[in-house]
Design a protein around this ligand. Structure first.
Ligand code: 5GP
Length: 179
């Protein structure tokens, strides 16, 4: 697996430190509030698992799964919910946890969808942000790392469902795509 990575973009130690910083910030920002953390399957799972253990206030967490259609040239931004929340959000301050914001279409949909359920507040935390690729005007409230326009894998992010278990974020060798 490792031999298919051309470059480690963010190593394990750097990830750990940054996740701890974001956790501390969230602890301060949400102290005394009912926090509901919503992870987006599947990519956000490792980030969520590490992040919640750095948030030192009581919280609940739940998951949603979405599938996006045609994020290519003719993208309509259509997103379908594959798994919805088990819980209601009305009495909670909601924090969406994403792996990466790319075009922004997925998050725009999720934000609008969840806003209609009237949470007390609604914010977004993403591990990675690729602002160069944005198609809609949306920006995360908390961001781990701003990265260049490269396809990255690891720490939850996949290529063809693989590489999610790499402990770092890396760039794939082109030969992996060309196969
Ligand atoms: P958006 O709707 O912002 O274009 O897409 C967000 C989703 O696209 C992410 O949750 C992720 O699944 C996928 N994605 C975008 N960029 C990358 C990338 O560099 N690597 C991987 N593995 N997935 C990406």
């Amino acid at each position: 697996m490792e031999e298919m990575i051309s470059k480690v973009l963010i190593d394990q130690d750097t990830l750990k430190k940054r996740v701890a910083e974001i956790g501390e910030q969230l602890t301060n920002d949400y102290r005394g509030k009912e926090l509901l953390v919503i992870g987006i399957f599947k990519g956000a799972v490792p980030f969520l698992a590490d992040l919640i253990r750095e948030i030192k206030i009581p919280l609940r967490y739940d998951f949603m799964a979405v599938s996006s259609y045609g994020s290519g040239a003719v993208s309509s931004g259509a997103v379908r919910i594959l798994k919805d929340l088990d819980t209601t959000v009305e009495d909670s301050h909601v924090l969406i946890v994403e792996d990466i914001v790319d075009t922004g279409l997925t998050l725009k949909y999720l934000k609008e969808n969840l806003a209609r359920r009237h949470p007390l507040s609604l914010k977004i935390v993403t591990l990675l942000d690729k602002p160069d690729r944005r198609k809609v005007d949306i920006s995360p409230d908390y961001n781990g790392f701003t990265i260049p326009n490269e396809f990255v894998v690891g720490y939850g992010l996949d290529y063809d469902e693989k590489f999610r278990n790499l402990p770092y974020v890396g760039i794939l060798k082109p030969e992996v795509y060309e196969k």
